[in-house]
Design a binder for this molecule. Sequence first.
Ligand SMILES: Nc1nc2c(c(=O)[nH]1)N[C@H]1C(S)=C(S)[C@@H](COP(=O)(O)OP(=O)(O)OC[C@H]3O[C@@H](n4cnc5c(=O)[nH]c(N)nc54)[C@H](O)[C@@H]3O)O[C@H]1N2
Ligand SMILES: Nc1nc2c(c(=O)[nH]1)N[C@H]1C(S)=C(S)[C@@H](COP(=O)(O)OP(=O)(O)OC[C@H]3O[C@@H](n4cnc5c(=O)[nH]c(N)nc54)[C@H](O)[C@@H]3O)O[C@H]1N2
Ligand code: SF4
Ligand SMILES: [Mo]
Length: 700
Amino acid sequence: MDRKKTVYTICGMCTVRCPIAVEVENGEVVWISGNPHDKAMGQGLCAKGIAGRSLLKDTERPLAPMIRQGERGEGKWRIVSWEEALDYVAQRLKTVIDEYGAKAVLYSDRGGPFGELRKSFLKALGTPNYCNHDVTCAVSVNHAALSLFGFGRKGLNYDYRNAKHIVLYGRNMLESLRVKTAKALIEALDNGAKLTYIDPRYCVTASKATRWWKIRPGTDYALNLALIHIIIRENLYDQKFVQNWVKDWEKLAAFVEQYTPDWAEKETGIPADDMVRFCFEVAEDAPHVIFHPGWMRARYRQAFYEARTTYLLNVLFGALEVPGGLFFTKGPKEAGKKGLNPVGVDIPQVEEKRVDGAGWELPHINAGPGLLHRAFEAMRTGRPYPIKAYIVHRHDPLTGLPDPEAQVEAFKNLDLLVVVDVNWSETSWWADVILPEATYLERDDLLITQKGLKPGFRIRQRAIEPIHDTRPGWWIYLELAKRLGKGRHFPYQDIQDIWQAQLEGTGVTVEDLKKKGFVTLTDRPIWFDRENELPFKTPSGKIEIINKRWEEAGIACLKPYEPPSSPPKGKFRLLFGRCGYQTHGIWMNNPALHPYLRENRLWINEKVAQDMGLADGDWVEVANGTYQRRMRVYVTKFIHPEAVFMLHGFGRTIPLQTRAYQKGVADQRLEEGLLHVYDPAGGANALCECFVKVVPVKED
Ligand SMILES: Nc1nc2c(c(=O)[nH]1)N[C@H]1C(S)=C(S)[C@@H](COP(=O)(O)OP(=O)(O)OC[C@H]3O[C@@H](n4cnc5c(=O)[nH]c(N)nc54)[C@H](O)[C@@H]3O)O[C@H]1N2
Ligand SMILES: Nc1nc2c(c(=O)[nH]1)N[C@H]1C(S)=C(S)[C@@H](COP(=O)(O)OP(=O)(O)OC[C@H]3O[C@@H](n4cnc5c(=O)[nH]c(N)nc54)[C@H](O)[C@@H]3O)O[C@H]1N2
Ligand code: SF4
Ligand SMILES: [Mo]
């Protein structure tokens, strides 16, 4: 063993995959920094990234395979060998498949580029029922992009660094982090760029903004319609770009005529004059402007339309494929190079229809990641067919999807629930088997493609050997495939074999990748000719205002605006979000991160608090349905009076996580009754359609 070494790999403390350098001494991780070979990254890291060392040391997590002993949720486990755990899972899966067919197996994971082997495993098994987490994240934004451009949201990326005006809708870029983009935003601001930040709540990103619009929650669609109205009325748009690339432009123009700024002011609370001034200002900086379609806004019933109109604002200003605007992400093909080869051989197509209806009952919904909330409904009802086994990998539906009680009710119909995780997830507590994955610092993963202006390949390689009895994901699925008679599709002994198969014919070697953690396939950024060769994947080859796929499914692409409902008396719309030193609900119990934030508080508007007789730090009871909990308030004028806000991920219920157990309030538990409320056009769970009661209580 080298006494000292630096390993270039990929952070795993959240999902944005920053490039990191890990210093190892005598087999121990002593330091983690950003990968200095990646200039946009530099050596700085976020707090969570640094806490990776603390994850290694945290023993309050599953450290060996476990099989449930008592009832589900009772927390009685038997520690077993990997042999026994995998034999058990394979046997139980076989029983389900024999009785109900392979389609009775549901699988969900976080998604992302490392998941290819897992998807191939499911395909080999013969089930179409793969879902990722996106129903609670960006699925409506993704469908908005698909409906306009014919490709998903990742087909475009953002050149913040060179932008002159950046417009963010509830996109808290400086706290809900990706290190490189946060740095790029700051650099743009240092260079004089303007930032318009739109959010019912003030946050760190708002504090850097040129203008903050405290919008009424759920009304961004109204704002966008009025902005488009002004831009067309005042002739502020890029006529050449629109003429070249937009189909059915005149239908959009006619549709927005009714949506005047005065009308939108009443909906949104944003002054009409300000909207007009803003449009003129942006037009001056066009095309070097960015309107980010957001993630969090994908939590409202009209999310699809909010995102579509945000994309259209970029289009109107001609901000596509231009420095300081949005650019098409390019892969190896565009660099004239061969891409990574697929993993798994001779795997037949799965012909069965998806249980959630994606791609058939709901023809406009992408069958790739599906709609997990609808799969849960099938699990509960047995329709259109039963779901009897559920494997959950790097995913925590009981934290990430609303109404955990309703999910646990559906789990009662399962013969097998398996969780593959590095930590206790709320879901793992209800599992029959827990397979603990080795952490990102202790495991290799599949090679991944980095798309962008300079496409390339990246490697996640282990810095140290697993400290506990944990295993890498790729190994777990190869072992399960063997036991289920599907080994022939995966002729790999180890990760080296997988890497070789992926790299075959690309001219790149594993050694090349290990040197810096990545290989770039071109020296120069690749830009398409924006007048002649923008590769939209729609039938017309243009940006389609009216998309047939949606219209034929009975969903209007130009849907009249519907105002969000106002909170019933005594209630508030519950908003939520993240902070810079936590990832969702994952690291609440992390020994290094926990002390920074032990519990969440309820943000409430100053005026409203005054009327309720509440002062900062007072206790309230927050309730919806059967869930009610006490927490302290944070009184501030920086939140819309209709809303209250809390950080997501608190109120953990697993007693073995002694630091985080029952600390704070769980927003997803307040979202009772919302598991099946979703945006019909885009598919996202409408998490923000939640109203909570807030009642002052006397301090105990
Ligand atoms: N109420 C409410 N609901 C929300 C949100 C909210 O703010 N409020 N946020 C939404 C958003 S944006 C998202 S993206 C989702 C996120 O929710 P999820 O999609 O569930 O994703 P994560 O919280 O990132 O992680 C899930 C699990 O992955 C585990 N994990 C971490 N690293 C690894 C690893 O290397 N290997 C394995 N096997 N497991 C690992 C963690 O321990 C955790 O249990 O939640 C959504 N749901
Ligand atoms: N530190 C950290 N960074 C992360 C993550 C993490 O967990 N921790 N998670 C990653 C993931 S998976 C994601 S999806 C991103 C999320 O990135 P963001 O979407 O930027 O995340 P949030 O912090 O949830 O911020 C959501 C904001 O939307 C606002 N909002 C609520 N309703 C409305 C509305 O109607 N209109 C407008 N305009 N705004 C509204 C909320 O007040 C809140 O401030 O962050 C990523 N980065
Ligand atoms: S943002 Fe922080 S936690 Fe997430 S990948 Fe980057 S360094 Fe890691
Ligand atoms: Mo997300």
